[in-house]
Design a protein around this ligand. Structure first.
Ligand SMILES: [Zn+2]
Length: 97
């Protein structure tokens, strides 16, 4: 039996849409910080977003809480602020359109 190479599917944490992992932006908790894992290489639990608009929605506290829970990260206000900055920096670099 010939099997196709598996293409992992992941779900966007914001809107719930499913897509191939390679089309999504990975977010992970690395060394105690929630980071955007652009190259999808950091170890650990991952969460995914499907689009720029979904990434921008991570700025909302409600979605942030969902993300932190899914990454088993404590709900700290400082971490939330740092992550917001990370999102802003990422969007300014304009890589994700
Ligand atoms: Zn989405």
């Amino acid at each position: 039996m010939v099997r196709n190479k598996p293409y992992p599917i992941r779900t966007c944490i914001v809107c719930g849409q499913k897509d191939y992992k390679s089309n999504l932006l990975r977010i992970t908790c690395y060394k105690g910080k929630i980071k955007l894992d652009e190259k999808q290489r950091l170890p650990g639990r991952g969460a995914y977003v499907c689009s720029k608009s979904c990434l921008q929605k991570l700025n909302s506290l409600r979605i942030w809480k969902k993300l932190a829970r899914s990454l088993r990260h404590p709900l700290e206000e400082t971490a939330y602020k740092e992550f917001k900055k990370e999102i802003e920096g990422f969007l300014e670099r304009g890589k994700y359109v």
